[in-house]
Design a protein. Sequence first.
Length: 307
Amino acid sequence: MKRDNVNYLLVGSFVLLMGIVLLYALYRITGQAANGEPFVTHFANVAGIKAGSPVTLDGYAIGNVASIEPVRRDGRNAYRVTLQLREAVGIPADSRARITAPGMLAAPLVDIRSGQSQEMLAAGAELPGEAGGSLSDSVAGLAGDLRALANDGIRPLVEQIAGRIDRVGGSLEENLPATLHELRSAMTRLNATAGRVDQLFSAENRQHMEGMLKNGHDASLRIAQLSQEILGASRELEGLLKDSRLIVAGSGQDLQQSLRHADALLHQLEAAGRNLNEFSRTIRNNPAALIQSRPPVDAATAQGEKP
């Protein structure tokens, strides 16, 4: 029994010690026990931050908010925020402090934006504060912009669209009956035309058209055959013309030879005619020459006997 009490005492002591260590760690994390350099800034609105809120320099954690006190400045309410910086960092004299949220679900913090000055602020100096862009302010601004857009842009547009729809509806009510009547008439004519088309393509007419197409096909075949026959006949006629040219060429040579013979014969006949004329003239002049005539003397003999 005594041993069990000792075990319980040891376990309880261990749990108590761990709790103290955890509280000390949290105390150290919040920066309340940090020995750093204090700086002061003022904000008109400290919504979202409190004592222990982180302080960053260009996003780098350097300390925490030590305290927040309301004060009066320039006749207006303001809040004096004391920053306890754990890290020994240099802050340019033209730096600015603002309240911002690093993420949509993250808690707001005080962020110091470094300036360009070469002069550094001393411990305890005041940092100028500026209005922060918190998420709630951004959402409120966006809501205001959306409200203005809805009132100034979307609502007039919807009213114009509604007016045009009303005008279109009235025009449809006026013109729709006449349009429907014309549409019915067009459908009636279309049905009549469809009936004529069905009648045109009836079984009997299709048979006639098939017969016409078949006859046309046969006629085209016959025309093709006729064209082949005409082509063969033209080739045969061409050969016949070539043969006739050859025949005419051969007959021309024979005809020239006959003409030469005929020319010689005509020459002889002409000579005989002259002799006959001479003989008839001699008889007319001297009929006794028929009785006293001597045989003709050969021209060659007469020339040989000529002295």
